[in-house]
Design a protein. Structure first.
Length: 389
């Protein structure tokens, strides 16, 4: 029979042994050291100056002083002397709340138990069959491991729900996710019972719809809106003060009533009215392609030609009337003439013209319809009506 127990090395009482109490007390002292083993430090190499009775150190690989040569053993201060015990594989020792296990060579931190397929986890709270993970805290941090981080919510089928639910007093107030379909939806509720969709994003196109409408109290800026009154980038939102070129052909307002007119495939695509003034007169273009030009000219002396007879009336010299803008063909031309300040019979004048082209009328002159010989310059007023396109 051996002298010591195989696990803790407790000395046995031998037959006919004298002073059995000594051996018995030695075994009790060993039990007192090793059962519920606690140490002052792990991997200790320097002996303490004033150890207390019963204190134990787990020695490191290079102990010094009175511990020299005792690497890996337990050093206990008992009755004023050092007692060294060789730990057995599997022994456990605690230092405060730190637990270590002797693996035969060093004291190691025990590996955690299996954490897969747990029925639930409660952190400062209790989990249940629905909420398998429950956390009660001021904040919850999900940190990266060196790069990015994703929080994944996976559902079995499109008709199921994968969402984040925001509650007040455990009553839903807002939810965002894919609920009942694969469209991403943001919805809100005032009571947790009646819900209103605020925004829906189509999974196929990414297009957003706002079933509840949209109210904007600040400025809308960025590349989604027009930058200025001349910005015609397709797809951008119009701002107040938009230019004529920015509006749909069917939309007209103050910003595009006046401006360059245009036709696209026979339909107006510019402003409604386009007015211009040149040295030759005024021109007004309409969105439907109509163009009006009006002019005044001093035709000179009414008595320049003729004798005042029916066959040779008094008349001015003939001139060529150039229109202030070209038409797309010969326009209709209306001419009137008068002598400002003359009597009624003296200012009774007629005006005529010759050939008309898209840019001018030839042979324009005024003539008096009676034999009145009052002199004066005839002033012509002309109106040409045609098309600019």
């Amino acid at each position: 029979m051996p002298d010591d127990s195989p696990r803790l090395g407790l000395p046995f009482l031998l037959p006919a042994q004298a002073q059995k109490h000594v051996t018995h007390n030695e075994a009790l002292e060993r039990l007192d050291l090793l059962v519920q083993l606690t140490v002052e430090a792990f991997d200790a190499n320097t002996p303490p100056t004033l150890p207390l009775d019963g204190q134990v150190w787990a020695l490191g690989l290079a102990p010094s002083g009175v511990w020299a040569g005792q690497a890996g053993r337990l050093a206990a201060w008992v009755n004023g002397a050092w007692v060294f015990v060789t730990p057995q594989t599997g022994w456990r020792a605690a230092m405060g709340d730190a637990l270590r296990i002797w693996d035969g060579s060093v004291w190691v931190t025990p590996a955690p138990g299996a954490l897969d397929n747990l029925p639930g986890v409660g952190i400062n709270a209790s989990h249940d069959a629905t909420n398998r993970l429950s956390v009660a805290a001021d904040a919850t941090l999900l940190n990266h491991a060196g790069a990015g981080h994703q929080l994944k919510l996976n559902k079995a089928a499109p008709a199921d729900t994968a969402s984040l639910l925001f509650q007040t007093g455990f009553s839903g107030r807002a939810e965002m996710g894919t609920a009942g379909s694969d469209a991403f939806v943001i919805k809100v509720s005032a009571d947790g019972a009646s819900w209103h969709d605020g925004a829906i994003f189509d999974p196929a196109s990414g297009a957003a719809s706002l079933p509840g409408g949209l109210e904007v109290t600040g400025l809308i800026t960025g590349s989604a809106v027009t930058a200025d009154a001349t910005d015609t980038t397709p797809g951008r939102l119009l701002t107040t003060g938009a230019g004529h070129a920015q509006l749909d052909p069917g939309l007209y307002r103050q910003g595009n009533i006046l401006g360059p007119v245009a036709l696209t495939a026979g339909l107006p695509s510019g402003a409604v009215l386009d007015h211009d003034e040149t040295p030759d007169g005024h021109v007004l273009r309409l969105a439907d392609g109509t163009q009006l030009c009006w002019m005044t000219r001093d035709l000179g002396a009414i008595l320049a030609h003729g004798s005042g007879s029916f066959s040779s009336p008094y008349r001015t010299a003939a001139l060529t009337l150039t229109f202030p803008a070209a038409f797309d063909g010969p326009p209709a031309l209306v001419l009137t003439a008068t002598i400002p300040g003359a009597s009624a019979t003296a200012r009774l004048l007629h005006a005529s013209h010759g050939a008309i082209t898209a840019t001018q009328a030839a042979g324009v002159q005024a003539w008096r319809g009676n034999g009145n010989s009052t002199a004066g310059d005839a002033i012509l007023s002309a109106l040409a009506i045609g098309r600019w396109a």
